[in-house]
Design a protein around this ligand. Structure first.
Ligand SMILES: Cc1cc2nc3c(=O)[nH]c(=O)nc-3n(C[C@H](O)[C@H](O)[C@H](O)COP(=O)(O)OP(=O)(O)OC[C@H]3O[C@@H](n4cnc5c(N)ncnc54)[C@H](O)[C@@H]3O)c2cc1C
Length: 380
């Protein structure tokens, strides 16, 4: 493994730095620095700036308007974005459904959906989980039945992140009850229609990031199945691999700066000499270093042409367990001060939250959303 950048990569790093210094809006940076949540308009506005530069879709091939960057360039870009706190594009369109449409979609689907994702004209959300289908995702019951040229959808999804902003949903639906896995299809449909009702779920912080979504005779043309009818399970598994695969290389950088803040807090509060706290801090430090090397290993594999796979699932499980432990440590260090009225939000492009922010459920839920356990743990 060679951790040095080439001259061309250093020049690219300088270009990214200059772009961010000039183009990342100061008012957004102030909000990010204060951990204030960005509005939908602010996120979309920033994504349009990235698009103007040609940097909206770092993972897409150039033929669809992507950058065609190497894995190292993507790593440099994500690192520089994270260092200034610039949010990466919301993943549901550009990172999740788009690669699936590229891999499994028809020509019509590619032409219809990809440009709007690239230009941030359409906000997507993910409809996989149901009240009784989380880790055991294949037990989902939301039903889509053919009616002439349409599918008609009835059922209930949950935990739809930013579903309240979404124009379209990519959804796993049951199209055949006779087979658990081979009766699922991957369906796209608009959220703005009478049969779709979005109910925000209140978090401990009082804010709502995710939602329950109810479908009552929601309709979509039959052309909006991606891949084969009843072949949606394979499509869905591909998408899970893309979710945060490459984040393995950059997430530990955020964890390290977060841990540095925790070291400082421990000192400020005079607990850094406490042997138990010291031991837990040392353990956290070791784990961040382990993750850094796991990330560099991932980057090396991507440079050699590998795509996200089981080791990225291992990384997700590792960081979610780590993050829960380090947040609990932060709460122990902060004591009653941890009970802030408003939770801190995961605002950086690395999607971590601050240590000692218990009202943000972000650190604890990592073990859940990274779990999709039946799948993720079996993958490992
Ligand atoms: C912040 C957040 C955002 C999310 N966004 C979305 C979204 O946009 N769209 C979407 O579709 N879903 C979303 N999810 C849902 C997420 O993918 C699910 O939480 C996940 O699939 C786990 O399902 P569950 O929450 O029902 O947990 P459960 O399935 O109830 O699991 C709870 C715990 O039990 C463990 N467990 C479960 N079954 C077993 C078993 N058989 N053996 C051993 N251990 C087991 C799990 O590992 C986990 O630790 C989101 C979740 C969160 C927390």
């Amino acid at each position: 493994m060679n951790a040095d950048f080439t001259a061309a990569e250093l020049a690219f790093q300088a270009e990214v730095r200059e772009f961010l210094a000039n183009e990342f809006p100061a008012e957004l940076k102030q909000k990010v620095d204060k951990r204030i949540r960005l509005s939908k308009d602010e996120i979309v506005g920033w994504q349009k700036i990235l698009h103007k530069k040609g940097w909206m879709a770092v993972n897409w091939p150039q033929e669809f308007g992507g950058t065609g960057w190497t894995a190292t360039q993507k790593y440099i870009f994500s690192t520089e974005m994270g260092l200034v706190g610039a949010p990466e594009p919301t993943p549901f369109g550009v990172t999740m459904v788009a690669p699936v449409i590229m891999a499994y979609g028809s020509e019509e689907q590619k032409q219809r959906f990809l440009p709007d994702i690239l230009e941030s004209n359409v906000w997507w959300c993910q409809g996989y989980s149901e009240p009784n289908a989380g880790s055991d995702l294949a037990s989902l019951k939301t039903m889509a039945v053919r009616d002439g040229d349409d599918y008609v959808v009835n059922g209930n999804k949950t935990w739809n992140t930013y579903g309240q902003y979404a124009d379209w949903i990519f959804c796993l639906v049951r199209t055949d009850r006779s087979d658990k896995h081979k009766g699922i299809s991957f369906l796209l449909y608009p959220m703005e229609q009478p049969g779709v009702e979005v109910r925000p779920i209140a978090m401990m912080s009082g804010e709502s990031e995710f939602n329950e979504t109810f479908f009552t005779d929601a309709r979509t043309p039959k052309e909006n199945v991606v891949g084969q009818v009843n072949g949606g399970w394979g499509v869905a598994m591909t998408l899970l691999g893309y979710e945060r695969g490459e984040a393995a290389a950059t997430t530990p950088i955020a964890f390290r700066s977060e841990l540095d803040r925790l070291f400082a807090m421990a000192k400020e509060r005079g607990v850094s000499d406490d042997p138990v706290i010291r031991q837990r801090l040392a353990e956290a430090y070791s784990k961040v270093e382990i993750m850094r090397y796991m990330g560099l290993g991932t980057l090396t594999r991507f440079i050699k042409g590998a795509t996200p796979g089981p080791s990225e699932s291992l990384f997700k499980l590792y960081w979610s367990e780590y993050h829960k432990a380090v947040t609990e440590l932060a709460v122990d260090i902060l004591g009653a001060d941890a009970m802030w009225i408003e939770g801190q939000q995961p605002m950086t492009s690395f999607s971590t939250d601050l240590p000692g922010s218990p009202n943000s459920s972000a650190s604890w839920v990592g073990t859940f959303y990274n779990a999709r356990a039946g799948d993720r743990k079996s993958v490992v």
